[in-house]
Design a protein around this ligand. Structure first.
Ligand SMILES: [Zn+2]
Length: 190
């Protein structure tokens, strides 16, 4: 089952890494299949995933594989328990993370961002981020927003497919870059 998913995990992971949205061991991806979640292994390299990097465990139940899963498993599980989404992408897009230092909500101003992700909540603003932290807050916000960003940490995007969650993540980073560039232009920094 997981082997059929491998090319899709590899394509998204490779794109995230090559575009600088994760460091070599950063980020995690998952897909839900009924009561099972297939999630990247703790410490796996998203840019170079192999079949042993996909860990299948329960959405609600622990099993022998649970300890191998990404340290963000608790967040992925909380999201799947609250809604019928089928895929999650978590990564560390630089410009979006930078904006999360300063803003409680990111409002994209470019056309695509305004249409598809008009409001991106910053979760845990002013608090210390930790792996698996803010799981319920993230899951709650993702019921009504396609993507959120954890303060000083990274984004969580959900979708019905891995590719959809990736596209939303990319939109967030492009919109965030535009916001940063426009702000610099206004202040004369460039
Ligand atoms: Zn992270």
């Amino acid at each position: 089952m997981t082997i059929e998913l491998l090319p899709r995990f590899q394509a998204v992971g490779s794109d995230l890494y090559s575009r600088g949205m994760v460091s070599v061991h950063g980020g995690n991806l998952s897909v839900r299949q009924g009561e099972k979640v297939i999630i990247t292994r703790s410490g796996s390299k998203l840019g170079y995933l192999t079949d042993t990097d996909l860990i299948e465990t329960g959405v609600s139940q622990d099993d022998d594989n649970t300890r191998l899963a990404s340290s963000e498993l608790a967040v992925h599980r909380a999201i799947y328990k609250q809604a019928l989404f089928q895929a999650i992408v978590h990564c560390h897009p630089v410009h979006a993370v930078a904006l999360s230092f300063l803003r409680r909500i990111i409002h994209p101003e470019d056309e695509a961002g305004k249409i598809f992700i008009p409001e991106v909540p910053v979760i845990g603003f002013g608090k210390e981020p930790a792996p698996g932290g803010f799981a319920d807050e993230i899951a709650d916000a993702l019921k009504t927003h396609a993507v959120v960003i954890v303060h000083r940490h990274g984004s969580f995007a959900r979708g019905m497919t891995l590719e959809e969650a990736y596209v939303i993540t990319e939109l967030l980073e492009i919109s965030s870059r535009v916001l940063c560039v426009v702000k610099n232009l206004k202040t004369g920094a460039i």
